[in-house]
Design a protein around this ligand. Structure first.
Ligand code: HCA
Ligand code: CU
Length: 380
């Protein structure tokens, strides 16, 4: 699963998040931060959406970032022409293929879709730009229709075909099967886009990569239409677990927290407490058994190394589940002259107190210092 590329869609799918309103300045700040992180592509809202969208697209193209700039457009010549004028590196072209969308959304049949796709793809390629063709709602589309369409666009020389789980209904095994089938039919790259309505977005992205997909769509904190798509951080966590050295070499992982804070602030939400990597408890260890092992060797209970992400580990000790090894570690940090026997005794004291109410680290430190002081006084 190495050698994947991220198409970061905070500035497209993310703009479809309920709370999102990005000013030009904010878009530029987000684009620069993502570029520093090292994503390979930024996907922007269609310039056909509004005048500001058109201008913002040009402004971001003008930044001269390392990341390639894509814009996301309907499969329509007018939209494609407008997009080409903005100077982007490529177009992510999309059209709905499921019977739901063909009937209730755009009302077009498969032949019309193939004809329009052909016209748009030939045009974009003729302009020398990268082009991806994707079917919206791929998992509720007729598989024969879908494969015929992909085969046709592959022959036209698209750079990528895309599959999209627009409603978030797919499971990893379904994804694996569809991607494997598609891999056998097209020779171009395969991009995938998964919504998270049923909690499978990251797992689906991973299953797609394992079966031949090459590009994955993400957004910061997963923001998007409804409850969104794979969060950049969670996807990175998954890929780090699969191939740590590759991910560390390719991305500037220490930048993740900043990016999430910028986006969370821009859309008026806070980073979830249990967020991948950056959530406030992501590297907090609590039970005595965990704490002891972690202090001996962090890999016992950590698959992600906090240092690799500019984060720090925390061992909570002011609670009834605490153990004397963790207390001893704190004693050493504070440089107090207490023995193992003392630490065991204090641990019991902490447990008794914490049965009544939770203690802050400050409460615990005070207690430890009091014992340490008493010890010194005795020895004089
Ligand atoms: C939508 C479109 C899309 C497109 C995905 C893609 C989806 O907002 O409905 O271009 O691959 O989820 O289908 O985001
Ligand atoms: Cu989407």
């Amino acid at each position: 699963v190495s050698n994947f590329k991220i198409i970061e869609s905070t500035l497209r799918e993310g703009e479809q998040f309920a709370n999102a309103f990005f000013t030009t300045e904010k878009k530029i700040e987000i684009a620069k931060a993502l570029d520093e992180f090292g994503v390979e592509y930024l996907e922007l809202t269609s310039p056909a959406a509004s005048t500001q969208s058109y201008n913002d697209c040009k402004a971001i193209v003008g930044l001269g970032l390392k990341a390639k700039i894509l814009t996301h457009v309907r499969c329509h010549m007018d939209d494609a022409k407008l997009a080409v004028q903005t100077g982007v590196d490529g177009l992510d072209v999309v059209i709905g293929t499921s019977s739901y969308l063909r009937e209730f959304s755009h009302g077009k049949d498969m032949q019309y879709i193939i004809d329009t796709a052909t016209e748009v793809i030939n045009y974009v390629k003729g302009e020398g730009l990268e082009v991806r063709f994707s079917s919206e709602d791929s998992f509720r589309s007729d598989i024969v229709d879908l494969l015929n369409l992909y085969r046709a666009v592959d022959k036209l020389g698209v750079n990528r075909v895309g599959i999209a789980d627009t409603v978030g209904c797919a499971s990893p095994d379904q994804v694996a099967e569809l991607v494997r089938t598609l891999r056998a039919i097209v020779s171009c790259d395969i991009e995938c886009h998964f919504h998270n309505d049923t909690g499978c977005a990251i797992a689906n992205a991973y299953a797609a990569l394992q079966n031949g997909a090459t590009h994955v769509d993400t957004s910061v904190l997963g923001i998007g239409e409804r409850n969104g798509i794979p969060p950049l951080g969670g996807f990175i966590a998954r890929m780090y677990a699969a191939d740590k050295e590759y991910v560390k070499a390719k991305y500037n992982l220490g930048k993740l927290r900043d990016i999430e804070n910028i986006v969370a602030d821009a859309v008026g939400v806070s980073v979830p407490f249990n967020n991948y990597i950056t959530g406030y408890c992501a590297f907090t260890h609590k039970a005595g058994i965990h704490a002891k092992a972690i202090l001996n060797n962090p890999s016992t209970y950590e698959i992600l190394r906090p240092e690799d992400f500019g984060m720090t580990r925390y061992v909570a000790i002011g609670h009834r589940l605490t153990g004397w090894n963790a207390v001893k570690n704190r004693v050493e940090q504070l440089g107090l002259p207490l023995t193992d026997a003392d630490c065991k005794q204090i641990t019991n004291k902490i447990k008794n107190l914490a049965d009544i109410r939770p203690l802050s680290l400050d409460d615990v430190d005070k207690l430890l210092r009091k014992y340490g002081q008493a010890k010194e006084d005795n020895s004089h």
